[in-house]
Design a protein around this ligand. Structure first.
Ligand SMILES: Cc1cc2nc3c(=O)[nH]c(=O)nc-3n(C[C@H](O)[C@H](O)[C@H](O)COP(=O)(O)OP(=O)(O)OC[C@H]3O[C@@H](n4cnc5c(N)ncnc54)[C@H](O)[C@@H]3O)c2cc1C
Length: 648
C-alpha cells in the first residue's frame, strides 16, 4: 500500500505480537501457551493457559483447523490411528462451544436437570466461537477488545427464547446507556471521516464524512449533515463529474424507473446490484461507485456489487428518494435491510463484545470456571481454564478437540446412543452420549456425520461462511485521532475498510480510555471479498486469502494503513503501537440468502437451511447457520429448537 520502510513502520519492534506467528512461538512479550502439554494431555490445566491474553494471529488460530481440513481432504484417517475409548458416557455431547452450543447445553439442563452430564467439544483453544475476548496490557492500563461478535443487536426483534436467555443471564439491555459514554468522542470534536487512498482515488486524503459510522460492526449509512457534504465535495480527491454526481445522487428525487408500479420496481431492484443501479440506472461517475463500494461489507461481507439495489434502498443508501417505493419490505429482501424500530433499540455492547455472553453462559454451566455472580463482575473476572473440563463438574468443556466422526451406535432409528470421535493432541478419542447436538459450522457436518441423508448433506455443504478479519490494535495513546478530529474512519480502498476507536463503555469496574494520552484499542475490519463475482465465490476466494496471508503481511498492512491515515496527526507506527491481535475468521458470518444469487429466496419454498437442520435420530443440528442468519439471537434460537427436537 505504501512506501514506508519496515523500520519506520516498527516491524522489528518487540511488541506483544509475535508469540504465535503462524503457529510457531518465536518471541517472548506475552504469555506463551503450554502447547507442549497438549500431546501429553491437558495444557488447559497449566496456570499459563490463558487464551484471551494472546496476541498475534487469533480467531481461527493456527492449530485449530488442521484436523478438520485433513478430514475435508480425505487424509485424516490415513494417519489418525485407532480411536481410544475414553469410556465416558454423557446425556448430551455438543459439538461446538460457540453461543449456540453453550445455549444448547443451558437449555438442555433446564429440562434434564442440573445434574445432566454434558460434554461440549470445540476445536479452538478458547470457548465462545465467534464471540471471543481479546485482552491487552499497555503499561498499567488493562484494555479489552472484541475479537468477533460485537454486540447484542439484530435486524429483527429477539425471539421470546433468545430474549429470555439474555434476561436469565442478568443482562438488562435497556440499561446500556448507563455504561456507554455516547458523548465522549463528540465532546472532543471527533467524528466520522473517509480516508481516500492514492491507489484507488489518486491521493491520500482524510476528509469529513457524511456517511455515518459509529465504529460498530453494523453501521449504517445516513444522509449526513449539509456541512459534511460540503466539506466532502470540496476536499475529496474525486473527479469534478463524480462530485457533481454525488451531489445529484443525494439531492435529486428522480424516479429512475418511470412507468412501473412499486412492486415491479422492487422486483427489478431485487435482481440488480446497487453498483449496477448507480452505474447503469443513475449513471454516476465510476468514482461514486468506488466511494460506496465497501459500505455494506460489515453487514454482508461483500460490497455494493454483491448487494441488491432493493436491499440498498432498505439500508437507506441514496438514489431512491423519487422512486415512490411502497415502504413495506419487498420480496427477497435481506433481513438486514428491513428496518425495525423495536430491534434497533435492543442493543448492548460489552467491552469484549458478546464474549461476555459466552462467559456468562459458561459461568452458569460450570460456576467454578468463572468467579462472581453478576453481569458487571463478569467483565473483569478471569476465567479459570483448568476448571472447564473437570471430573467434579457434570458439564465439561473440552477445548482443542475437533469432532471428526459422529454416528449412532447401531441403526439411527433404533439406536440408544451416539458415539463421537474427536481429535486432540494428535490422537483420536471416543465418548458416547444419549443425544448429540451439532452446534458447529454446517459445512463441517457432512465430513463428520456421514450417515445423514445425501440431500441434507448437500444442503449443509451449501452453507457458505462469510470470511472476516477483526483486528485489534492496542495503541499507547490516541492523540493523533484527536488532532485529526476523528474517532472512526471509513476507508473504501484500503486493506481494512473500517478503523475505529473502541466504543467508550465502562462497566463492572472496567474503565474505558477517556483521555487521548491514555492507551486504547483501535478496531479495524476487513472483508476479503473479490468484487464482481457471485457472493459465494467471493466468500470462498476470501477464505483462501485469509488462510494464505501470513501475520507478517497483515501486520505490515495494518501499520502502513494507520501511518498513512493518521500520520498528519503525529501518529508513529513504530512508537505508538503496543500490540496487535488479528482475529482471522475464514468461516465467519452465517451466509444470508441474497436475491441476486439465490433464486429460491425470491421464489419462496423450503430453504437450504431448513433441509440442513433436520434432526436425524439422536443427532440434532443447531448453530446460526441453521437459520442462515448471522446473529447471536439466531444461534440461541437454533439451540432452543435443536434441544426441543431431541429424543428423551
Ligand atoms: C466477526 C464476527 C462478528 C459478529 N458480530 C456480531 C454482532 O455484533 N452481533 C450479532 O448478533 N452477531 C454477530 N456475529 C454473528 C454471531 O457471532 C453468530 O451468529 C453467533 O455467535 C454464532 O454462534 P454459533 O455458536 O452458532 O457459531 P460459532 O460461534 O461459529 O461457534 C461454533 C463453534 O463450533 C466449532 N466447530 C466447528 N467444527 C467443529 C468440530 N468439528 N469440532 C468441534 N468444534 C467445531 C467452531 O470452531 C466454533 O467455535 C458476528 C460473527 C462474526 C464472525
Amino acid at each position: 500500500m505504501g512506501e514506508l520502510s519496515d523500520r519506520e513502520l516498527g516491524m522489528k519492534r518487540n511488541i506483544t505480537r509475535r508469540d504465535f506467528l503462524n503457529g510457531v512461538a518465536v518471541t517472548a512479550g506475552a504469555a506463551l501457551m503450554p502447547w507442549h502439554l497438549l500431546a501429553a494431555g491437558q495444557p488447559e490445566q497449566s496456570p499459563d493457559y490463558y487464551p484471551p491474553a494472546l496476541t498475534g494471529l487469533r480467531g481461527s488460530h493456527p492449530g485449530s483447523f488442521d484436523a478438520a481440513h485433513s478430514l475435508r481432504d480425505g487424509t485424516f484417517w490415513d494417519t489418525a490411528g485407532a480411536p481410544q475409548d475414553t469410556g465416558e458416557s454423557y446425556d448430551l455431547i455438543v459439538v461446538g462451544g460457540g453461543i449456540s452450543g453453550l445455549s444448547a447445553a443451558h437449555f438442555y439442563r433446564k429440562t434434564a436437570g442440573a445434574n445432566a452430564r454434558i460434554l461440549i467439544l470445540d476445536n479452538h483453544d478458547d470457548f465462545g466461537g465467534h464471540a471471543k475476548r481479546n485482552e491487552f496490557r499497555v503499561g498499567d492500563a488493562f484494555r479489552l477488545g472484541f475479537g468477533g461478535t460485537f454486540s447484542i443487536e439484530s435486524p429483527a426483534p429477539y425471539s421470546k427464547e433468545a430474549r429470555g436467555l439474555i434476561e436469565e443471564l442478568g443482562i438488562d439491555v435497556a440499561s446500556y446507556p448507563r455504561y456507554h459514554d455516547a458523548k465522549l468522542y463528540r465532546s472532543l470534536g471527533l467524528r466520522s471521516k473517509i480516508f481516500f487512498d492514492k491507489e484507488t482515488f489518486g491521493a491520500d486524503r482524510l476528509v469529513a464524512s457524511p456517511l455515518s459510522f459509529n465504529g460498530g460492526e453494523k453501521d449504517y449509512i445516513a444522509s449526513g449533515k449539509a456541512e459534511e457534504w460540503k466539506q466532502l465535495l470540496a476536499e475529496a480527491p474525486l473527479a469534478p463529474q463524480a462530485k457533481s454526481d454525488l451531489d445529484r445522487l443525494r439531492n435529486e428525487a428522480k424516479d429512475y424507473l418511470p412507468g412501473l408500479s412499486s412492486m415491479e420496481k422492487k422486483a427489478k431492484l431485487a435482481r440488480m446490484s446497487y453498483a449496477s443501479f448507480l452505474r447503469d440506472v443513475v449513471t454516476v461517475h465510476e468514482d461514486v461507485v468506488k466511494v460506496y463500494q465497501a459500505v455494506p461489507q460489515p453487514l454482508f461481507g461483500v460490497g455494493i456489487d454483491g448487494v441488491s439495489a432493493q436491499d440498498a434502498w432498505g439500508l437507506d443508501l441514496p438514489g431512491f428518494a423519487g422512486m415512490k417505493l411502497d415502504p413495506a419490505p419487498g420480496k427477497g429482501m435481506n433481513r438486514d435491510a428491513i428496518p425495525n424500530e423495536e430491534a434497533e433499540k435492543y442493543f448492548f455492547h460489552f467491552p469484549d463484545g458478546n464474549a461476555s455472553i459466552a462467559r456468562l453462559l459458561v459461568r452458569k454451566l460450570i460456576p467454578d470456571a468463572i468467579a462472581g455472580s453478576s453481569v458487571g463482575d463478569v467483565v473483569l473476572a478471569k476465567a479459570n481454564y483448568a476448571k472447564l473440563d473437570s471430573s467434579a463438574s457434570p458439564v465439561k468443556i473440552r477445548l482443542n478437540s475437533t469432532a471428526v466422526r459422529v454416528k449412532h451406535v447401531g441403526d439411527a432409528a433404533a439406536a440408544k446412543e451416539v458415539e463421537v470421535a474427536y481429535a486432540r493432541g494428535g490422537k483420536v478419542f471416543t465418548a458416547r452420549a444419549k443425544n448429540c447436538i451439532l452446534a458447529c459450522w454446517h459445512v463441517v457436518i457432512p465430513y463428520i456425520c456421514e450417515e445423514l441423508p445425501q440431500k441434507q448433506r448437500d444442503a449443509l455443504a451449501s452453507a457458505q461462511k462469510v470470511p472476516l478479519l477483526y483486528t485489534n490494535v492496542a495503541l499507547r495513546n490516541w492523540t493523533s485521532f484527536q488532532k485529526l478530529s476523528t474517532n472512526a474512519v471509513y476507508a473504501p480502498g484500503c486493506y481494512h475498510t473500517r478503523v475505529a476507536l473502541d466504543l467508550a463503555v465502562s462497566i463492572g469496574g472496567y474503565e474505558c480510555a477517556r483521555k487521548p494520552d491514555e492507551p486504547i484499542v483501535v478496531h479495524m475490519m476487513k472483508t476479503p471479498c473479490k468484487p464482481g463475482r457471485p457472493a459465494r465465490e467471493q466468500h470462498s476466494a476470501g477464505r483462501i486469502e485469509l488462510y494464505n496471508t501470513t501475520f507478517e503481511t497483515m501486520e505490515r498492512k495494518i501499520r502502513e494503513q494507520l501511518a498513512r491515515t493518521l500520520g498528519a496527526g503525529g501518529f508513529d507506527a513504530a512508537r505508538d503501537i503496543a500490540a496487535i491481535t488479528v482475529n482471522r475468521w475464514p468461516h465467519g458470518y452465517a451466509y444470508e440468502y441474497n436475491s441476486l444469487f439465490d433464486s429460491f429466496w425470491l421464489e419462496g419454498g423450503e430453504t437450504p437451511c431448513e433441509v440442513a437442520r433436520k434432526t436425524f435420530g439422536r443427532i440434532a443440528i443447531a448453530n446460526a447457520d441453521a437459520g442462515a442468519y448471522a446473529y447471536t439471537d439466531e444461534a440461541i434460537n437454533q439451540a432452543w429448537r435443536a434441544v426441543g427436537e431431541l429424543k428423551s
